[in-house]
Design a binder for this molecule. Structure first.
Ligand code: NAD
Length: 273
């Protein structure tokens, strides 16, 4: 199956749909990556802090797809921010995964209190020029941090990966991204299942014959976001990929929009470090 792709502001592109590896046990990661790639995913979302980059690399090698057909993301953890630390953190991630370059390197959290994200961003700009990462982006950044790194360097992140689901729709941040050519990528896209039985989701599921999870993932795609659900089960991975034979109506999209409650499942990025 051909996956839809989103164009990045550096001229590259990213599959719109992928799968994530948070909380995937290290000893299952190679199998999950293989299952995901066999099912048809072409975007894998990892991070140093997930402790499973070696398994990610093993899964890639076992799947044996041409390198340019798989998009690999990983992230710099909070205690590795700053010029020298970031450089070694990226090299360590590349060594663990076993790649010469990853497709996308993200700053995992801005951690504004430690005030090292600007130096971290400048280091990623250098590493991109050196060919160690193809594209660079951020995660959990707010408008203030985005404006600062863009203003200081002139380099716009290709992606901001943020918590986004029906109960936290992030309209203001999505509008900022749209105005600056930044792809919004949704983490915890299923929102811990809290909207599965809400009428707008349940009604759309009943009409389309799809599961509530599929309706919500389709909603992300129709918002224009990239989305990276997680499942360790092959059947779950396949279910979450099966989103391209139905469409939510404008009325269904509008009904789901009413579920926004500004409710996070994770930490507030403005204070998290
Ligand atoms: P998710 O929304 O993908 O939900 C995962 C949970 O939903 C699991 O318990 C899974 O078993 C269940 N699930 C998956 N498919 C289902 C289905 N079809 N029906 C019912 N239940 C289903 O949450 P997540 O893992 O928190 O987020 C996805 C990915 O986002 C992560 O794996 C990670 O790669 C990334 N992430 C990034 C950050 C960040 O700070 N950048 C934070 C959290 C997650």
């Amino acid at each position: 199956m051909t996956q839809p792709r989103l164009t990045l502001n550096d001229g590259r592109s990213i599959p719109q749909l992928g799968f994530g590896l948070w909380q995937v046990p290290a000893d299952q990661t190679a199998r999950v990556v293989q299952d995901g790639l066999a099912a048809g995913y072409r975007l894998v979302d990892g991070a140093a802090i997930y402790g499973n980059e070696a398994g990610l690399g093993d899964g890639l090698r076992q799947a044996a797809l041409p390198r340019d057909q798989v998009f690999v993301t990983t992230k710099v953890w909070n205690d590795r921010q700053g010029t020298g630390e970031t450089r070694s953190a990226v090299e360590e991630s590349l060594a663990r995964i076993g790649l010469d370059a990853v497709d996308l390197m993200l700053i995992h959290w801005p951690c504004p209190a430690q005030d090292r994200y600007l130096d971290t961003w400048k280091t990623l700009i250098d590493l991109r020029a050196e060919g160690r990462v193809n594209s660079i982006g951020v995660s959990n950044f707010g408008v203030a941090e985005l404006e600062r790194i863009i203003g200081e360097t002139g380099v716009v992140p290709v992606v901001n990966q943020i918590e986004l689901h029906p109960r936290l729709q992030q309209s203001a941040l999505r509008a900022f991204h749209a105005a600056h050519g930044i792809v919004t990528q949704s983490w915890t896209p299923l929102g811990q299942g809290k909207s599965f039985t809400a009428a707008p989701v349940a009604d759309a599921a009943a009409r389309t014959g799809k599961s509530p999870a599929q309706v919500i993932l389709r909603w992300h795609l129709q918002l224009g976001c990239s989305v990276i659900p997680r499942s360790t089960r092959a059947a779950g991975l396949a279910e979450n990929l099966n989103l391209f034979d139905f469409t939510l109506t404008d009325a269904e999209m509008a009904a789901i929009a009413t579920l926004d409650a500004g409710e996070r499942t994770g930490p507030d990025p403005a204070v998290f470090s």
